[in-house]
Design a protein around this ligand. Structure first.
Ligand code: HEC
Ligand code: HEC
Length: 416
């Protein structure tokens, strides 16, 4: 791995565990006055700020200091995880797009999708034809039906997940949060200190952890809509010839817009997802470290979740939804250069992703793509044999690179 990259990552990870936390603590006195400005860039409400502190707090892992939400959803990486990071060392690593848990050597089986723009996902529901929409996670299982907000329910999982932040129970998380760094802000946001006196209080306060994180994830800071494409929609800049060609293909012959909805305006910008579920026939990621634990693992996606649901109508729709995964947003997809793609991290570049959409079913490409991880319910329309030229494929990639937040008129434009 490139030496600079290693030190850049080491820096940002150090920041996760120490420096950022320290600055959070230093900022606290200001919080109770009027300024809530933690980054010098955006003003967060007290609830958003509380969520941000929790999101970046690597103290909230077991062993302590190994991992925060941000370890697998780093802003500089498009709020997603890394392709690979060293496994030995102070912080959790990553293998082939799969993040290591706080406990050394433990891995989940999926790649981290972006936590930015995720809070726009509606609550999970059945739509027509046994299809589903909304919820969070690749399989929608953070439905949002209990708290009304999928992101709040999602955020309750990682702290107590064996393969993530690894606390034995919610109360273990609440004990840590019941500390001087958080007390004042928590009281300001929730009106009373954290209580763990009985199960009801534990449940109530643990839900508040999720609701605080969801508030941060829904904040302007996480969803700024400051990409070059947003500036283009606002008529503040033009796209290059290649980017425009990519946009036209995205919205026509490439058929990307069918699922990564691109219709939108300056005031109502597109999210590049329909929050629905498809089986694109993505191959296995043979390097997924989870296979070391379960060599026979096949990810059933949405169908796997529906199958275990208490809702009878959902259970009977499970078969039709085996192997399907939620369409992810494409915002910030090109951010960071140590990334993998798809639910299992099977693809290593955006070029490869577009090539797959273009040629999955093209007879000339037979044998180039390994067989689907799950071959039932395969999406037939809209992809597989798009007949795009190499130049057109490159243009689609160039267009996707206009979706990174943080663009400004002063930034250097991509080479045309
Ligand atoms: C070890 C890495 C890891 C850590 C730590 C982690 N996540 Fe994730 N995150 C993932 C993976 C993997 C998924 C997808 C899991 C799935 O679909 O089953 C995910 C999914 C999500 C999603 C759903 C996005 C979508 O579009 O469906 C959100 C939001 C999210 N995480 C936020 C968080 C928050 C908040 C925390 C801290 C409380 C956190 N994550 C901690 C790896 C991680
Ligand atoms: C039929 C709906 C559909 C169409 C059409 C479609 N996508 Fe996707 N896209 C998805 C789904 C679903 C996933 C996640 C699949 C998985 O991981 O199994 C995805 C994943 C991606 C990813 C990886 C995102 C990530 O976070 O890993 C990229 C990039 C992408 N699509 C770009 C495109 C482009 C470019 C096109 C047009 C050439 C396109 N998509 C067409 C539904 C679609």
């Amino acid at each position: 791995m490139n030496k600079n990259l290693v030190s850049a990552i080491a820096l940002s990870m150090t920041c996760l565990a120490m420096a950022c936390q320290k600055s959070v603590i230093q900022e606290l006195p200001e919080i109770s006055s009027s300024s809530l400005n933690i980054t010098g860039q955006s003003n967060l409400t007290p609830k958003e700020l509380l969520g941000k502190m929790i999101y970046f707090d690597a103290n909230l892992s077991e062993p302590v200091g190994r991992q925060a939400c941000a370890s697998c959803h780093l802003p500089d990486n498009g709020y997603s995880g890394f392709a690979s990071l060293p496994l030995v060392g102070q912080f959790s690593g990553a293998v082939a797009g799969i993040g290591e848990g706080a406990f050394p050597g433990r891995f989940g089986n999926r790649r981290a999708p972006s936590a930015a723009y995720a809070s726009f996902s509606p609550t999970f529901k059945m739509i027509e034809d046994n299809e589903f929409k909304g919820g969070l996670f690749w399989d929608g299982r953070a439905t949002g039906l209990r708290l009304g907000i999928p992101a709040a329910e999602q955020a309750l999982g990682p702290f107590v997940s064996y393969a993530e932040q690894n606390h034995p129970s919610p109360v273990a998380v609440l004990y840590k949060l019941n500390s001087p760094e958080y007390q004042e802000l928590w009281q300001q946001v929730w009106g009373s200190p954290i209580s763990t006196s009985n199960q009801q209080q534990i449940d109530l306060n643990y839900d508040r952890v999720g609701l605080s994180i969801a508030a941060y994830e829904a904040s302007r800071e996480v969803n700024p809509f400051t990409s070059k494409y947003d500036a283009y929609l606002r008529k503040q800049t033009d796209l290059t010839t290649q980017e425009k060609e990519g946009l036209a293909i995205f919205n026509n012959d490439g058929k990307c817009f069918r699922c990564h909805l691109s219709e939108g305006t300056a005031v109502n910008p597109p999210l590049f997802t329909d929050f629905q579920y498809y089986n694109l026939g993505i191959p296995k990621n043979p390097q997924n470290p989870y296979y070391a634990v379960n060599a026979a693992f096949v990810d059933k996606g949405l169908g796997g979740f529906l199958q275990t649901s208490t809702n009878a109508a959902w259970r009977s729709a499970a078969k039709n939804n085996m192997g399907k995964f939620k369409t992810p947003t494409l915002r910030n997809i090109a951010k960071g250069n140590n990334k993998r793609f798809m639910h299992n991290g099977a693809f290593t570049s955006l070029e490869q992703v577009v090539d797959f959409y273009n040629t999955r079913d093209d007879s000339k490409s037979r044998g180039r793509w390994p067989k689907p991880e799950y071959d039932d319910n395969l999406q037939k329309g809209w992809l597989g044999n798009l007949k795009l030229t190499a130049k057109q494929q490159a243009a689609v990639v160039a267009f996707m690179k206009t979706l990174n937040d943080g663009w400004s008129n002063n930034a250097s434009a991509p080479v045309n």
